[in-house]
Design a protein around this ligand. Sequence first.
Ligand code: AMP
Length: 188
Amino acid sequence: MRLVFMGPPGAGKGTQAGVLAGRLGVPHISTGDIFRANVAQGTELGEQAKAFMDAGEYVPDSITNAMVRDRLTRDDCRPGFLLDGFPRTVEQVAELDAMLTSSGHHLDVVVELTVDVDEVVSRLVKRAQEQGRTDDTEDVLRRRLEVYADQTAPLIETYSDRGLLAKVDGMGTVDQVSERLLSVVSGG
Ligand code: AMP
């Protein structure tokens, strides 16, 4: 199964993507997690990404696409994958299409986790306090939501036009949302 997970920052994407990938037996590939791990390890990729992340901007497509291409060609992706936080731009959609076409595969479903914006902001502020994330100050949060609205929200329509979109209500407890996701994915 090949899935893409979308939703604004703070929608609970990471948690839900991890649960769902575990249930489906496919790797959970979070571009944000990969970037953060590289920043923590002080790799060249981490150095390239950090300034963009700290400003609430997207890491350039050339860097992000190369990283995802590398990750998706590993053996564990043969049975499928759940992409969390990729694609986020029109160019990334094109790159993913090209990767899938060249391997003879296609996406099964694109999940959009929906939440209301006030709830998102309060989740993000709480998470920043708990985790000390340097990309979660209030200004940066606002910028991340703007960038999502400008660059990523329009992609939802692209996938909807392709008949791949499944909208799932992200409000409620972790278990409630997980159950909704499972029923959508197993039904689709
Ligand atoms: P996330 O944890 O998914 O919210 O990602 C954290 C940060 O990593 C984002 O705010 C971006 O700076 C960067 N990032 C993650 N995924 C992407 C992507 N697909 N394209 C560009 N930047 C990304």
